[in-house]
Design a protein around this ligand. Structure first.
Ligand code: FES
Ligand SMILES: [Fe+2]
Length: 377
């Protein structure tokens, strides 16, 4: 039995927002890469993005570039985009089809889709050389609910251990079987932590999101995950059978026939450290993934997943939900950009969190724990 707590039932213990340098310093940003992003399981998108053998998608993690590719046997690999000859990048385009092999554009060393080195022009001129020693470096790969995750750290906990609290939590939505109907990317001039803090509270909803508060009371939040890497819970949709859409009506079939009736008046919001936000509606699932590019810049992909039966209906209008959230998202990105500018000021001082922001404070605690624990490792 899951226990839910009102957001305001959680003490913020006098918590204040993070110091300005956490949002602006190049060295803290580099430290976050080493301690967080190079060690954590990162969601990089849907398995569908590498649906067939030879299709790849490029993923950037700090200065690292990975090619996520499916081989002929159906296995997904995350290969470092670094030739084992003289280090050239192998691919430049963010996605594409590479056919049977990956060939370096420089001297045409050729790799299999599993990263093995399979061809070297004029190999006899390489002395004491064994192709078996020069496969591409690889990151670890896991899949969950149709999402692909990578981890650059060979020593990191297995995905099933690190994500244990989430593994079964959202099974009722049948996310693995959903299909993407829209994907929007944003380039936001704000630190990635400001985006997490913003997602984690609805104190800002009344001043910032008039269209959202009409459909969902901003104090209706109750949370089942209140400490640690995974945070969140649900909010209520007021109109019976309604959803978060421009029209206020649902915009697709229920995501899963197994979704209990009681869940249909709720939207669940989970922030999944360090780069994923998962928003579960009864008629669609919205997922955000983040790529921090600089202390003051984050690339965001926002994808909308629907019951495949909805996509087959000629009258299906995913735009009703997609456009609703595109508006709300842009309101959030804009205020985060304004906050980025404010926290960069010489006069910014950490301010007090309200109990209505208890999950934002919990995000900060987890962030600080991870940064402190891994310091010096
Ligand atoms: S650098 Fe790739 S083949 Fe030479
Ligand atoms: Fe918001």
């Amino acid at each position: 039995m899951t226990t839910y707590l009102k957001t305001t039932a959680l003490s913020t213990r006098g918590a204040h927002t993070l110091p300005g340098e956490d949002y602006t310093s190049a060295s803290i940003f580099a430290g976050e890469h080493e301690r967080i992003f190079a060690r954590s399981w990162l969601c990089i998108g849907r398995e569908d993005s590498v649906a067939v053998a030879g299709r790849y998608t490029m993923v950037n993690v700090g200065r690292e570039s990975l090619l996520v590719v499916r081989d002929r046997r159906g296995a997904i690999h995350a290969l470092f985009n670094v030739c084992r000859h003289r280090g050239s990048r192998l691919c430049e385009e963010p996605c594409g089809d590479i056919g049977e092999t990956i060939q370096c554009p420089y001297h045409a060393w050729t790799y299999g889709l599993d990263g093995r080195l399979v061809g070297v022009p004029d190999q006899k001129e390489l002395e004491d050389f064994d192709k078996g020693d020069y496969g591409l470096a690889r990151a670890r790969v896991a899949t969950w609910e149709g999402f692909v995750f990578v981890n650059l750290d060979e020593e990191a906990e297995p995905f099933e251990v690190a994500w244990a609290p989430m593994l079964q939590r959202v099974s009722a939505w049948g996310i693995a079987g959903l299909k993407s109907a829209a994907r929007i990317t944003y380039d936001v001039r704000a630190n990635w932590k400001l985006l997490f803090q913003n997602y984690s509270e609805c104190y800002h909803c009344s001043p910032l999101h008039p269209s959202l508060v009409k459909l969902s009371p901003p104090t209706s939040g109750e949370n089942d995950l209140v400490e640690g890497p995974f945070l969140g819970g649900f909010m209520i949709v007021s109109q019976e059978g309604g959803s978060l859409t421009k029209s206020g009506a649902s915009c697709g079939l229920p995501v899963s026939p197994g979704l209990p009736e009681a869940e249909r008046q709720r939207v669940y919001y989970y922030s999944l450290f360090p780069n994923m936000l998962l928003s579960l509606h009864h008629d669609y699932v919205m997922v955000h993934t983040f790529e921090p590019v600089a202390p003051d810049r984050t690339r965001i992909a926002c994808e909308f997943l629907f019951n495949p039966g909805s996509l087959e209906n000629p009258a299906f209008e995913p735009e009703d939900g997609v456009a609703f959230w595109d508006t709300v998202n842009r309101e959030d990105w804009h205020i985060c950009e304004q906050t980025q500018l404010g926290v960069s000021s010489s006069r910014y001082r950490p301010g007090p969190y309200s109990r209505r922001e208890s999950l934002s404070a919990a995000f900060d605690r987890h962030y600080k724990n991870v940064m402190d624990q891994s310091a010096g490792q």
